[in-house]
Ligand binder design. Sequence first.
Ligand code: ADP
Length: 415
Amino acid sequence: MNYLGIDFGTSGARAIVIDEQGQIVTQTRHLWANSKNWIECWQTALWSLLEGISLELRSQIEAIAINGTSSTILLTDATGQPVDAPLLYNDARGSTVIKDLHNIAPPHHTVLSATSSLAKLLWMQQLPTFSQARYLLHQADWLAFLLHGQLGISDYHNALKLGYDVEKLEYPKWLENLQIPIKLPQVLTPGTPIREIKPEIAARFGFKRDCWVCAGTTDSIAAFLASGAKLPGEAVTSLGSTLVLKLLSRTRVEDSQYGIYSHRLGDLWLTGGASNTGGAILREFFTDQELITLSQEIDLSKASKLNYYPLLKEGDRFPINDPQLPPRLEPRPDDPKEFLHGLLASMARIEAQGYDLLQKLGADQLTSVYTAGGGAANPTWTAIRQKYLQVPVFTSENTEAAYGTALLAMQSLNQ
Ligand code: ADP
């Protein structure tokens, strides 16, 4: 028995098939061409990912789930046909409606951002095509619809930035009062089996007739699920271009001034924040090869005395909320390995400060940290971070969002 997870991320789409033990059986990839027509591009990607899986494997897949980028939305007509171009996750045209939204949504709500799904939806109401729209769907919802054929279904990870109340599991009154004249999606628990795959899709690709399509999730939550972290106190740090922390907790932690909010994860909450420090600054000074060789030369028995706040430009939000915070990269030693040591240690200090802040705001005590992103491959950095974090630090075996989404599909049928 196999399970298929499909990730629609920022740089491309990927599909991973896992077996019952969670082992990867196959994976396929589709990079985005420079597209002007995202709808066509996503559809092409979906079919090409499915075709990239052998016919034999396809016939053994029990369940499929899809993740998309958070707050990428589109409007469709009554048949599921998009009525206009989608608005992508980073599209900030919704900034023009934020002032109105402040009068409607509770203070500090996650929808109060130019890129939130709700800001985008309100902005879309001015489009001439809006009169043809019947459904609002997220990217993952629409792609899953192409497989199962039922319109108007989403999950509570994608729906968070639409304003859905993930605690009470309902749309809040203030959102209903807006009387948006289209259908907002019915919101399911991520991974819930929605429907068996459409017979024509099963026939076209050779899937079993009773292969289930499940409610999806967002790309960053899928990447968290991939790590294997499950218990309160377990966290995942992503050491990519920026530093992103996610901590599982029994309590919900929100603080909009630091950009901290929580996603629901079953009975737990996934809380986190993102700092502008991270690997992009390392790339300013070192090649990836230098990062490897110089890191190996760092003397771990001596702590670096350098106290930097590495940023590419001024301003950070988490763990220090100060839009004017200046980058601090002085004094700079002549020895490049000393400089690198100072940078790695300073980022570890910021990481520890981030987890301290989450705990101070009420999250569960940190017990262990899994690591993803380019910096996860650096054992010297792991050792330095372990000293600052004072909990075991691991490199995640799996970090692909498609893997996390395949796990979601597997768990959906085995509950
Ligand atoms: P993103 O997807 O956010 O662009 P990745 O997860 O691909 O980032 O990670 C890329 C980052 O990893 C780069 O900014 C780079 O500086 C950092 N990186 C790559 N190799 C190393 C290394 N050996 N040690 C520390 N950082 C590294």
